[in-house]
Ligand binder design. Sequence first.
Ligand code: URA
Length: 236
Amino acid sequence: MNLESILFTQGFGSRRQCRALINDARVSIGGTLCTDADADFPTDDASFCFSVDGVVWPYRERAYLLLNKPAGYECSRDPQHHLSVFSLLPPQFAERGVQCVGRLDQDTTGMLLLSDDGKFVHMFTSPKRKVPKVYVATTRHAIDDAQLSALRNGVLLHGESKPVAAVAADARGEHTLALTVMEGKYHQVKRMIAAAGNRCEALHRERVGGLALPESLAPGAWQWLDEADLGSLRSG
Ligand code: URA
């Protein structure tokens, strides 16, 4: 692929802007400046990287990202009341069409997937495709066995015709509840906890499918997902 197209597909602006970056000697490959926008490079080589203004970028045909979402950020490019999660990412990702894979509430923390692969986004957000998601909730009241049974057997959410059951519901402490759900309904976990007679004070997502949020990823930090991570996601 030629260098202009590499920058263009990776979110560095219009073709004209990408050509200008190259002409202005801001782009290098393997440590060597390249000012030829038509020079070809082997982007099918998985280790192919380029750098712009000294920042190294791996070439990725599609972007698969994991963000450890902090509280106070909206999963929208056009947020209403808080900052956007996209403000935590390099602007190249929004430019190349990366979107959130499902949404977390502004006050929910933890594992947020993002991608510009429409099929992948659909696969993980479609109600038909059941993907287990593990949440850890801090509850206002002490968790009791009746609440755990209600969550496991199914609770009727306001506006729904059928009860929704957790695949697993376990107390990790007096006020700490781990809940695994398959669906992705609006405010689902908070509504389930309310329907079971308690109240969710804080919510954190720690796992999607077979992929857990790495402890090494600080709140607000992001990382690329590799093939092994994508395999884990699907294996859950
Ligand atoms: N359920 C909720 O209630 N909120 C979230 O952010 C995610 C799941």
